[in-house]
Structure formats: structure tokens, C-alpha cells
Write a protein that binds this ligand. Structure first.
Ligand code: ZN
Length: 268
């Protein structure tokens, strides 16, 4: 049952190894060159040839999901939803992580792609109609010109692949951190910080060179935190990678700022 959704939408998929179309053989996706992938009963397809150990662990994803479900990103999600076209046929979340944003923004046939098996397994848990795939953004398992909207939220991009899979009038919605993002955590880390601010000028100019940038929308909110939420934020934040979260004083983290910018772009 959970695998059936991939056969229903088989025309949307293509082999990430060689780029040819799939046909269904028994319960497998088989391309013209014989590359074979088995949709899991758990509701996802593993398209990467070798499972790679994730740099994230399950506890981190659980912390991240509690934060994402805690309302801190509701204004961001609303801003994205407001810029999505009405009734898109196909939505791709490229770099979907554990799928919390994907589920909030799903419309039409929605595809989630991430290279972390742990994240995709968590996303698929409980069963839902989204086509979850473990795959690389540099080799998307999707047909040319098949996607109406690409979401690329707090994730690296691959603009060549994005151009290939987007329909001619398709839309790219890319979310990037802005200068105040998690500033309270950066202040807490002090000297242990690897980067002293989020500078996204390079990200924006790279996007503008590859796509036609239509608009930029900034969303900034500061929230007070419970001690549990403070610990979750410290555990999930890439900023604290390289620092031992237990070396940080969670009790001193009483508020956090979510400062993000939505970049809205079309193919040139
Ligand atoms: Zn193939």
C-alpha cells in the first residue's frame, strides 16, 4: 500500500543513475537499462547506490521536529504558502530533511528528496501520500519539466537539476537564513563560533545568476523559550556542530530569533 503511490506516479519519476524512464515490474521500479529500485513498505524509495552514514542522528531529528512543530516557523511557512501558486500539480521539496515543512506545504503530488535515509525514514513514518525519496540533489529522480514548484528550504541547491525538472513557468521558492537568524545562540557560543553571522549575499547572487529572481520576502520573529525548547534548539542547530551542546548553558538561552528570507525565482 505504501509503495503503491510510486507506481501511481511512475511517469513523474526517472532513473537517477541513467536518466531513463521507469516501468513497473512486480513491485519494483525498473529503468530501460535495468537499474532496479524497490519502494519500501515504509513509504519511501532509496535511490542512492550505497547507504551513507548520516552525520545527523535520530535524537537530533527528534529535537528538530519538536522545534518545527512548536510554532517557531509558522510565520515562515505562511509566507511560503502565500507565494505558492493555487493548486500546483507537482511540488518538489529539494532537501526536505525530516519532512516537517514538506507536510505543511504539500499540494498536488508532492515529492520529498533528501540524501539522509534517517531523515526520510522519519518523514515517511505513519504513512502519508508524499513520495519520499533518498536521493542526491545533483541527480534528482524526476522527469524533465515535471515540477510546478520547487521548495528549497534551509538546504543547499543544485540549480542545473532544478532547471531540468521545473516546468517552463515553474517557480523556485528558496528559504535562506538572514543576519539575525538564531543570533541568541551565536551570542551564547561566543568564541566557539565558526562564523560570526549568516551572510547570504553570495547565496542570493548565485541564485540570481542562475534563475530570474522575482521577489524577496523577509520574515523575522523573536520567541521566548522554555528550558526544554532551549535544549532542543541547541541540539538541532548546525551552528552548535563542532561545539559540544552540553558545554553550552541552555538555561541562559531564554529567547531565539528566527530571521529568514524567502527568495522567489523563475527559470530565466
Ligand atoms: Zn537507469
Amino acid at each position: 500500500m505504501s509503495a503503491e503511490k510510486f507506481f501511481t506516479h511512475i511517469d513523474l519519476l526517472r532513473c537517477p543513475a541513467c536518466g531513463t524512464a521507469f516501468s513497473q515490474q512486480d513491485r519494483a521500479l525498473v529503468c530501460k537499462n535495468g537499474h532496479t529500485f524497490d519502494p519500501s513498505k515504509k513509504g519511501y524509495v532509496h535511490f542512492l547506490p550505497n547507504a551513507r552514514p548520516s552525520k545527523y542522528d535520530a535524537a537530533l531529528f527528534e529535537a528538530r521536529r519538536r522545534i518545527l512543530e512548536g510554532g517557531f516557523y509558522d510565520a515562515v511557512i505562511e509566507a511560503i504558502r502565500a507565494r505558492m501558486p493555487a493548486d500546483p500539480a507537482v511540488v518538489l521539496d529539494a532537501g526536505c530533511g525530516d519532512g516537517t515543512f514538506t507536510k505543511a506545504l504539500a499540494a498536488g503530488v508532492t515529492v520529498g528528496v533528501d540524501n539522509s535515509k534517517d531523515a526520510i525514514a522519519l518523514a515517511a513514518r505513519g504513512g502519508n501520500p508524499i513520495l519520499w525519496t533518498v536521493a542526491d540533489l545533483t541527480r534528482l529522480p524526476l522527469a524533465d519539466g515535471s515540477v510546478d514548484v520547487i521548495l528549497n528550504l534551509f538546504s543547499p541547491a543544485h540549480y542545473g537539476e532544478f532547471r531540468r525538472v521545473l516546468k517552463p513557468d515553474g517557480l523556485l521558492l528558496k528559504l535562506v537564513p538572514q543576519s539575525g537568524y538564531l543570533g541568541e545562540i551565536r551570542a551564547l557560543m561566543g568564541d566557539r563560533l565558526r562564523h560570526d553571522s549568516y551572510a547570504n549575499d553570495a547565496v542570493v547572487s548565485h541564485l540570481a545568476a542562475q534563475f530570474h529572481l522575482l521577489d524577496r520576502v523577509r520574515v523575522t520573529n523573536t520567541f521566548s523559550l522554555t528550558p526544554e525548547q532551549a535544549r532542543d534548539f541547541l541540539a538541532m542547530t548546525p551552528l552548535t556542530f563542532g561545539a559540544d551542546p552540553s558545554s553550552l548553558d541552555a538555561a541562559a538561552l531564554t529567547a531565539v530569533t528566527v530571521d529568514a528570507e524567502l527568495l522567489i525565482a523563475k527559470k530565466q
